[in-house]
Design a protein around this ligand. Structure first.
Ligand SMILES: NC(=O)c1ccc[n+]([C@@H]2O[C@H](COP(=O)([O-])OP(=O)(O)OC[C@H]3O[C@@H](n4cnc5c(N)ncnc54)[C@H](OP(=O)(O)O)[C@@H]3O)[C@@H](O)[C@H]2O)c1
Length: 424
């Protein structure tokens, strides 16, 4: 039986999806909703199929599965609700929508007994949602750490490998089409934050929304930070991290955050270069897993959407669906309570007793040091040295207190940088 597809949106992803669906023997695109029917379309998109009335596409009796690749909240949300209300499964690539309204839409899909799938919303072609939902469905997952934004990974790769400044690397990414003209969503971590919320929701079976995610972007990372990190054996990456904590007796809680971090050269995430994405999963029985691939682009993203469409088609033919309830809210830990190791780079007076004062401030705040190095500062006035140390894992609050204590020490001339380190 041929199933009819209603395609909402025919831009970068939708345009690539048309050819992939046309190559499927049992699927047929019935109509394609766009904003403008006169705009030039990629070859393979028949102008006869185009309409500006997306609601009518959803309502057609010969549309069995709805694919939403418009993006944004509205009208995407209303259109998906209309499809689910009509008992039609939906595949969407819309991270913004799922990261904000995922629980509500999944509850509706559940009530209607149909599938809502969104593999392409996180890390493009990488099948991470299906892996978390199905293959790792029974696994206790402790932590997910992902490079899920290709733009920032491209910029950091250029800064690392070519010594480019942040501004020059961003300009090159924009020139090559890897970064938007307004890069805020990427470089300030909002895009990765939405993906972190979705991964946390699926991995921990809880309703985690974009607003729950702490995020800090890469715009303050300097070539000097990268240089020091490299010399110490680390790569700086923008990480999306979702963790589940099982506090004694208090029940589980979640930490979800996006920030730049120093990743040890020996860690698989350190070798993820340019615009590639990767997601590193740590589970109780599974151990460590890494998923790697193209996180964006028309064809890779369309490939993930096609997988969802085929899944939905198989479920329709079988007469069932795969439930994915996200009803519960779990406590979200504030960033101050989240554990990290830190790399701190200080300018200090080069005199006897300085180390003892710095060590005293660390000890008073329960932060212990794993590695410490002292360097002379070339070209600086005599009597100044650089002290770089990496701490053991400690809650962020303790590190903040330590930095406040450093500020009060006359021997600490400047706190040049503080970076989180992907720790044990
Ligand atoms: N691009 C990627 O690499 C990528 C990767 C992962 C996920 N995604 C997600 O995939 C979705 C689509 O992204 P995209 O890059 O393909 O976007 P895009 O190139 O901007 O395409 C959006 C499409 O939606 C149509 N559209 C906009 N408003 C509409 C409306 N009110 N009614 C009907 N059609 C409307 C546009 O019509 P016109 O063509 O007439 O303007 C266009 O065809 C987004 O949720 C995005 O986050 C994209």
């Amino acid at each position: 039986m041929t199933l009819g597809i209603g395609l909402l949106g025919c831009g970068t992803v939708g345009g690539a999806l048309v050819g992939l669906i046309d190559a499927q023997p049992d699927l047929e695109i019935r109509q394609v909703a766009v904003r403008s029917t006169t705009k030039a379309r990629s070859a393979g998109v028949s102008s006869d199929l185009l309409t500006t009335d997306a609601h009518a596409v959803v309502a057609r009796s010969d549309v069995d599965i709805v694919v939403e690749v418009i993006g944004g909240i509205e009208p995407a949300r209303s259109l998906i609700i209309e499809a689910l209300e009509a008992g039609k499964p939906v595949a969407t690539a819309n991270k913004e929508l799922i990261a904000n309204y995922g629980a509500e839409l999944l509850a509706l899909a559940e009530a209607k007994g149909v599938d809502l799938q969104f593999e392409a919303a996180v890390a493009g072609a990488i099948p991470i949602i299906r892996a978390l939902r199905a293959s790792l469905g029974g696994e206790t997952i402790h932590r997910i750490a992902g490079i899920v934004n290709g733009t920032t990974n491209y910029i950091l790769t250029k800064m690392t490998e070519e010594g480019a400044s942040y501004g020059d690397a961003l300009a090159e990414a924009q020139h090559l089409g890897f970064a938007e003209r307004d890069p805020t969503a990427d470089v300030e971590g909002f895009d990765a934050g939405a993906k972190a919320a979705i991964m946390a929701s699926i991995a921990f079976g809880a309703d985690v929304v974009a607003g729950d995610v702490f995020h800090e972007g890469i715009s303050n990372i300097t070539s000097t930070d990268i240089d020091f990190a490299n010399r110490l054996g680390y790569q700086i990456k923008l990480l999306a991290i979702a963790e589940q904590f099982d506090a004694n007796g208090d029940g589980p809680s979640i930490g979800v955050r996006v920030h730049p971090a120093m990743v040890p050269d020996s860690h698989p995430l350190a070798s993820v270069r340019e615009s590639f994405n990767a997601v590193f999963v740590e589970g109780d029985s599974s151990g460590e897993l890494m998923f790697y691939g193209r996180g964006a682009g028309g064809e890779p993203t369309a490939s993930a959407v096609l997988g969802d469409v085929l899944d939905a088609a198989a479920a329709l033919r079988r007469g069932g669906h795969r439930p994915m309830p996200l009803a519960q809210r779990l406590p979200i830990k504030p960033i101050d309570d989240l554990p990290s190791a830190f790399c701190v780079n200080l300018q200090v007076t080069d005199a006897p007793g300085v180390l003892a004062q710095v060590a005293g401030a660390l000890g008073e705040n329960d932060v212990s040091v794993r590695v410490m190095e002292q360097h002379d500062i070339a070209g600086e006035e005599a009597g100044t040295a650089r002290l770089i140390f990496i701490t053991h894992v400690a809650p962020e609050r303790q590190l903040r207190r330590t930095l406040a204590a450093f500020d009060k020490l006359a021997v600490v001339k400047a706190i040049d940088s503080v970076l989180r380190v992907l720790g044990e």
